[in-house]
Write a protein that binds this ligand. Structure first.
Ligand SMILES: Cc1ncc(COP(=O)(O)O)c(C=O)c1O
Length: 362
């Protein structure tokens, strides 16, 4: 808490930092149901490396979730999930096309290049989204021995700019990729937020993945309420042929896998993952509602998921970040990111909005 200089009680209250920050959904702890599931799984001995009952149950639960015969590979983290998925999809000599702001391109320390050994081709984007036209334009790379042809298209749902691909958008991207003989990977670090936003529950999830022709999904859990852990879901069993060995090779094989699987089973039970994401999305909409009248923030879009991307001049930005931390997103245009989580409360939103308002009015 930063005390107001004049001791005015109203300002002291307004300056109190919210208990939960707005930097990332990664800052939140684990949901109680997830912790209980871990506690329950912490019973006796269980076979390691995925031979335990929880991991077997998870595979069945995922088949039911997607209404598809899927192969499920639990891993430690999101970067690891992307690296494993791409390792299984990339053929020798292939490149991976993705938006130039994709997490795999900017925030994975070059892991896809270093570990998968592939070139990433950055596609132009519109608030994080790539277009079928730009995918088709990759055709020119196929005609020359001096270029790496794109063998995989990786899209992020929800995107790094908090936007969404509709079910039709995904179908159009998959069509374009298929014309180019490319596989499609979906980075779903925040897929639950996308499912919640597009409505329709499991059916929507199926339409945007298995039924759309996506080949592999990094199904995020950490940002959605897990302690840690993600899973790669392969919709094409053939792609998963070498995934067991590759998971070990890319150092993503948890020996006590029951603890990752048990957490996912808790998330899937009664569609908790959708409910938690729905709440995070609703908190982002509340924050937007409370600050949309401040023109300098340029909050032009109602958040589709759990993030907002306002504009904040450097001096105000730094002052606010010192009070309640959040990340810069694009310093070249003073863009920052505010993000809500499954445990964000309306009180947190009110306090944060009051703090922003106060600093902007100084
Ligand atoms: C779009 C996206 N993909 C993947 C990840 C996974 O990253 P990590 O390796 O930190 O779990 C993140 C995390 O911020 C992300 O935002």
């Amino acid at each position: 808490m930063r005390w107001a200089r004049d001791g005015d009680t109203e300002r002291v209250i307004q300056s109190r930092a919210p208990e939960r920050q707005f930097a990332s959904d990664n800052l939140a702890g684990a949901h109680p149901a997830v912790l209980e599931a871990v506690q329950r799984a912490n019973h006796g001995h269980a076979l390691p490396y995925g031979a335990d009952d929880y991991s077997k149950q998870l595979e069945l639960a995922m088949c039911e979730l997607f209404d598809h015969d899927v192969v499920v590979r639990p891993v430690f983290g999101g970067t690891g999930a992307n690296v494993l998925a791409l390792s299984c999809m990339v053929q020798p000599g292939d490149a991976v096309a993705c938006s130039e702001v994709a997490h795999i391109a900017v925030d994975e320390a070059g892991a896809p290049e270093h570990i998968v050994g592939t070139k990433l081709i950055g596609l132009p984007h519109e608030r994080g989204r790539v277009s079928p036209g730009d995918v088709r334009a990759l055709a020119s790379l196929r005609n020359s021995q001096h270029h790496a042809p794109a063998g995989v298209l990786s899209i992020t749902q929800a995107t790094e700019y908090g936007t969404l691909y509709s079910i039709d958008d995904i179908a159009a991207l998959v069509d374009a990729a298929r014309e180019m003989d490319m596989r499609v990977h979906m980075d779903g670090a925040r897929i639950a937020n996308a499912v919640a936003s597009l409505g329709g529950g499991r059916e929507t999830f199926r339409k945007m993945t298995s039924r759309a022709g996506v080949d592999a999904l990094s199904f995020g859990g950490t940002k959605n309420g897990l302690l840690f852990g993600e899973v790669v879901v392969f919709f094409d069993r053939q792609l998963a042929d070498r995934s067991l060995n590759l998971r070990k090779q890319v150092t993503q094989l948890p020996s006590k896998m029951r603890f990752v699987s048990a957490q996912y089973l808790a998330l899937l039970k009664d569609d908790l993952f959708i409910a938690l994401a729905e709440h995070a999305n609703a908190m982002a909409r509340e924050l937007h509602e409370q600050l949309v009248d401040l023109p300098s923030l340029h909050l032009d879009h109602v958040p589709a998921v759990n993030s907002l991307f306002p504009t904040l001049a450097k001096s105000i930005r730094q002052d606010l970040q010192e009070w309640s931390f959040f990340w810069d997103w694009d310093v070249s245009c003073d863009l920052v990111r505010w993000m809500t989580a499954w445990d964000t409360t309306s009180d947190d939103v009110k306090m944060f909005a009051a703090g922003v308002r106060e600093r902007l009015s100084r």
